[in-house]
Design a protein around this ligand. Sequence first.
Ligand SMILES: NC(=O)c1ccc[n+]([C@@H]2O[C@H](COP(=O)([O-])OP(=O)(O)OC[C@H]3O[C@@H](n4cnc5c(N)ncnc54)[C@H](O)[C@@H]3O)[C@@H](O)[C@H]2O)c1
Length: 450
Amino acid sequence: MSQAADRYQRLSSTPPGRFLVGRFGLPESTPLRRYEAGQPLLAGPAVVGGAPEHRLLSTVERVLEATNSTALAPDAVTDTTKIAAAVFDASGITSSDDLAKLREFFSPIISRIGASGRLVVLGTPPEHAADRRHHVAQRALEGFVRSAAKELRHGATGNLVYVAPGGEDDLESTLRFLLGSKSAYVSGQVIRVASGESSTPRDWDKPQAGRVVAVTGASRGIGAAIAQTLARDGAHVIAIDIPQQGEDLASVANAIGGATLALDVTAADAPAALAAYLQERHGTVDVVVHNAGITRDRTLARMKPERWDAVLDVNLSAQERLNEALLLGDLIGDGGRIVTVSSIGGIAGNRGQTNYGASKAGVIGIVETLAPELAQRGATINAVAPGFIETQMTAAMPLFVREGGRRMNSLAQGGLPIDVAETIAWFASPASGGVNGNVVRVCGQSLIGA
Ligand SMILES: NC(=O)c1ccc[n+]([C@@H]2O[C@H](COP(=O)([O-])OP(=O)(O)OC[C@H]3O[C@@H](n4cnc5c(N)ncnc54)[C@H](O)[C@@H]3O)[C@@H](O)[C@H]2O)c1
């Protein structure tokens, strides 16, 4: 599917379509603002506020200034203001009584948030709270943001960022991502940022300049979008896929001036082959994206061992073996990034997908178990968990299953491969050293498994 509006969007934006959507309470679906070169971070002013004793407002102000964005105080909002972003620093809320500050800030302005606008709340991770009441108040932010995000309209999104004490200077890449259009399909998420080894890119439009990136499953779909997006960001991309996909792989790599590596990630010699390739040509690797994945659906009663084994091997065990070889060979170190692709199926579960669900939940386990080790190396590991993304895979679904998957989220539409790729590009940025151990869904705030 192209970036153009889907058929339902086109229909529902005509006057009779709008009438039907309103009359029958059908989901409203607005084409999302997506990134284009030269686009300003925000399409209008940002309204900024904070509870007393906030820690993070100065970073917010710095980002707005650096991106030539306009900051407005809440009382400067009029009936005609179209707010592009509303940001509230709640890190200083230390008791449940003070949660009312959220209502005071957002209630008068939420209906002024414009198309593809942004609601962002910043907090302190509950596990870093000073006492019980502080923990409770900070934990409450999650329910507030997830609910407020469901009240937003016209493609606007809402997300929460917990910033650990000491992580204030590592927040910038995450703020830029969430405020701008690259996070178009990310809503209702809770992101954790801590102190890490971040480096500020010389050019925020080319954060991968001089870096080497390997992407598996890069010949088509989401993998091709990841390769293109990281090349746009300045990386030299090594596009990896099975030998049978050679022609498509070459056309993806040629278009971005990248290299190809024909490799079945499940092959017994794949870890050694990848490690040798990287060592010989580049010495090390800066970013590895584990995107290769397959489905072989059957209900559990009818699940043949071959189907089970194939999915577990491609989606999970191969990644474990590749990571082991990269870490043992010291191929990934300072500033390194591993990004892996999970799925909403690994979080919520899907009928007929016990193999796929197990593999994609296992991928989250990889993130959990490797995050501390990578932090020690000055590197990170994170996962994206896509929801319904418009690809060949989802185009092949039966009509009603497809329409259900596409509409059952707060944005009432499917995401595009570029939405997953942009989220991966944020994780992969050298400026995201404080973003480690996260699983971020790219699902338009899917109602499934929320
Ligand atoms: N499309 C969605 O809605 C969706 C949702 C959630 C998660 N995902 C995940 O996103 C990733 C990409 O999905 P997609 O929709 O682009 O799928 P796709 O089938 O279009 O692409 C997958 C790619 O992986 C490659 N691949 C498969 N086995 C391989 C192997 N053994 N070695 C190397 N490469 C191999 C394939 O050749 C293909 O190019 C997968 O991990 C998938 O599980 C997709």
